[in-house]
Design a protein around this ligand. Structure first.
Ligand code: CO
Length: 153
């Protein structure tokens, strides 16, 4: 497993890029996903998008099991897409690309996310509370959006 470098300059263009769909989940993409998961854990994060490690592709990883206490609150999602969202919640967020920054963000409290898994299989799952918050934050990254964009002036 390799620790990847996380982009922490919010002015870096890659954090503002609309990331591209992944056509083929090849070994390179799988290695990237595993290295992202490793990097996220080393950095004490609960979510990470590929653009944050300099790869503008639609891939995210998350793991908030320790905080949420829900044993399935982790995953590697290729080409994630929210097909349903409902409710609202306001939770505090941080971001590995914005060290030291904490802010509350309002997001849907429940989502259904469709994605492809490591085997390239189409999947869908329902996420709630913290896991829903994290995945929405990471999908924002894939669309070039940072949590600070929600800051009220
Ligand atoms: Co982030």
């Amino acid at each position: 497993m390799k620790k990847l470098e996380i982009i922490t300059n919010p002015k870096n263009n890659i954090l503002r890029t609309e990331c591209k769909e992944i056509v083929k989940i090849n070994q390179k993409m799988k290695d990237l996903a595993l290295n992202m998961m490793y990097t996220m854990k080393v950095e004490d994060g609960i979510g990470l998008a590929a653009s944050q490690v300099g790869v503008p592709k639609r891939l995210l990883v998350f793991d908030c099991v320790e905080i949420s206490g829900r044993e399935h609150d982790y995953g590697i999602l290729f080409n994630p897409h929210i097909s349903h969202s409902e409710g609202s919640q306001v939770l505090p967020e941080g971001c590995l690309s914005l060290p030291g920054k904490k802010m509350k963000v309002e997001r849907a409290s429940k989502i259904v996310v469709e994605y492809k898994d490591m085997a390239g299989k189409k999947k869908q799952r329902e996420l709630e509370e913290l896991a829903a918050q994290v995945v929405q934050h990471e999908i924002d990254h894939l669309n070039g959006r940072l949590m600070t964009d929600y800051e009220r002036n």
